[in-house]
Design a protein around this ligand. Sequence first.
Ligand code: COI
Length: 362
Amino acid sequence: MKFPIHIERTEVSHLHEVDFSQLQFGKWYSDHMFVAEWRHGRWVDCHIIPFGNLPFSPASSALHYGQIIFEGMKAYRSPEGEPLLFRPEMNRCRFNLSAARMAMPQVPEALWHDALHELIWLDRAWIPSQQGASLYVRPFMFATDRFIGIRPTEYFKFIIITSPAGLYYARPVKVLTMEKYVRAFPGGTGYAKAAGNYGATMLPLREALQHGYDQVLWLDGIEHRYIQEIGTMNVFFVIDDVVITPELDGTILEGVTRDSLIQLLKLKGLRIEERKVSIDEIIDAGERQRLQDAFGSGTAASVVAIAEIMHRGRQIPLPPVEERRWWKELKAELEGIKYGTRPDPFGWRVPVRSRLLSVAMN
Ligand code: COI
C-alpha cells in the first residue's frame, strides 16, 4: 500500500442500537472512521479508528475561515449481499476540484481508493439492505493550522465517516425562488463542495421552511433570472419531451447523479439539453401546459419530483406528480444500476474490496 493504513477496531459495536427499519438521513454513524493528516507536503498517519470526537485546536483556521470541503457518496448492498460503490472516482475528481479552489491539497487515487474500500469493508454490516436505503459516505477535509491570521494553510485533516441512511426527501419537494439572497456568482465557489456554500444558505432555507417550502430554487447572482440548482440537488425540467438542465457555468455543482442522468438519457436516445434555463421559460412552458416534469437529482436525494415551484408569489403550473413518468423512470433505472438489480452498461458499479482485511464475506 502506498499509504499504509493502521486499523484500530472498536471494542463495542453500536450496530445493534440502530433500527434499520426507521432510518433517517444523518442520524446514525457506523463504528469506524478514516483519518489522515497532511503535514510537510505529504499525506501521513492514515488510520481507521472507532468513530468518535477528535481533538483539535480552537485556533484551527477551518473554524475561523471555513476552509472546509466535502463529498457525498453512497455504498449499496447488492441482492447477493456484495457491497457496491457508485462512480467513486468521479467524487474524487470533484473533491480535488473543490480542494484546488480552496487552496487545499489533492487526494491521490490510491489514498481515496484504499481509505474508502478498507473503511466500507470493515463496516459493511452497516450497509442497509432495504430498497431506498444505503450507507451514506462523507469524505471531508479541513485546515488545521493553529493560526488565526489569514494565509494559505499547510496542515489538513482528511476524514471519512459513514452513516446508514434512508431517503433524504421522503416525498416530492416544494421549492421557491428568492431574489433577496444569492448562492453563487461567476468567479465564486459555486461549483465547489465548499462548506461555506451550504452555511450561507441556512438563513434562506429557514425562511423557505417557514413559508412551507423544502428548498430554495437558486437563480443566478446577477440578473436573478437563470436557474442554477436547488442547493441539495441539481435540477431538470422536461418541456415538449426535451429534458433541460442548467449548464455547468462554474456556479453550480457538477452532480454525479446529474451526469449519470444525462448519460442515461443519451443512451436511451432522448433529447437532453445542457444550457441556460431562465425562470421565464419555465413559467411560459408551465402556463402553456408544455412543462411535463420537473425534478431534482443528487447523491443524498437520488431523483425526486418537484411538486411545486413558487416564483414571486405565483405558482408555476405543473402536472400532478403521479401523472409524471420522467422522474420515476429515471430514478428506477439509476437505482437499479446502483443496487445491482439492473445491467450496468457504463461500468459505474465498483465492488468494495479490502486488501488488509479478510476477503471472506459475512
Ligand atoms: C449529497 O447529495 O451528497 C450532498 O452532499 C447534498 C447535501 C446532503 C448537502
